[in-house]
Write a protein that binds this ligand. Structure first.
Ligand code: PEP
Ligand code: MN
Length: 264
């Protein structure tokens, strides 16, 4: 169902208020790795509004490698995130980690994110197949392109056709970067599937200074959009600060992404 053989026409998602994801426009989503507090959200939303970025990312349920790391503000944080975003015309993408969260989060998100650690949580994918909300599925930590497509097939065959695929880097033998951003996946996915394909260069390379070049390369490779981490003070971010852009870097990237998109 997710293949081009089944549907030739590219799928374009309408998130409402004129926000579209898919061919014909460049989708930009930015925000902190973790939602931290009201003041942070205020500053980041202003940054997005100033730069006409309509989607904010930010986790309230965080999958952390260590149980002692910050694990997110949970539902309380999501409700505030939702309220503040609504007031500013911003759409929200945030990670859902387990089946029981799908129902409670549903009314407060615009796009559910399935994280790389949950790409093959088939019960979660089944549950998301039954909701009327778009789902952004990240490629698994060591997942193949075919496995990503199979995960999307779970949701799609369950009845939810509103899907976005996301390349976010895979684990390889290379240790110089956090992950290896597989830009090969972009043209391959664009040919294999009618679904929108976006790229997350922040987790893909994991090093702030290199995030912009990988983002620009991803757009030239044919990505329908970029999702990246931005924060008013990356050095103080509760998670993933080392790969997070400050507002100056973010603004410059947005400008360059729009220029590069025009060249395609
Ligand atoms: C995130 O987006 O902050 C995140 C945890 O991503 P991933 O699942 O790709 O590691
Ligand atoms: Mn992160």
């Amino acid at each position: 169902l997710v293949s081009r053989k089944w549907r030739v026409r590219p799928t374009v998602l309408d998130l409402g208020d004129g926000v579209r994801v898919g061919e014909g426009s460049l989708t930009l989503a930015a925000g902190p790795c973790s939602i931290e507090n009201e003041q942070q959200m205020e500053l980041i939303m202003q940054h997005l509004v100033d730069n006409d970025v309509r989607i904010m990312r930010g986790g309230v349920f965080k999958p952390r490698s260590s149980p002692y790391s910050f694990r997110g503000l949970g539902m309380e944080g999501l409700k505030l995130f939702h309220q503040m975003a609504r007031a500013r015309g911003i759409k929200i993408v945030t990670e859902v980690m387990q089946v029981s969260q799908v129902e409670e989060m549903r009314d407060y998100v615009d796009v559910f994110q399935v994280g790389a650690r949950n790409t093959q949580n088939f019960n979660l994918l089944d549950a998301l197949g039954g909701v009327d909300k778009p789902v952004l599925i990240k490629r698994g930590i060591s997942g193949t392109i075919e496995e990503l497509l199979s995960s999307a097939e779970y949701v799609f065959s369950g009845g939810n056709e509103k899907l976005i695929l996301c390349e976010r880097g895979i684990r390889t033998f290379e240790t110089a970067s956090r992950n290896t951003l597989d830009l090969n996946a972009v043209p391959i996915l664009k040919e294999k599937t009618h679904l929108p394909v976006i790229v997350d260069p922040s987790h893909g390379i994991g090093i702030r200074d290199y995030v912009p070049s990988m983002a620009l390369a991803a757009v030239m490779a044919g990505a329908d959009g970029i999702i990246y981490e931005a924060h008013e003070k990356p050095e103080e971010a509760a998670s993933d600060g080392a790969q997070t852009l400050n507002f100056q870097e973010s603004e410059r990237l947005i400008r360059n992404l729009r220029k590069v998109y025009q060249l395609r």
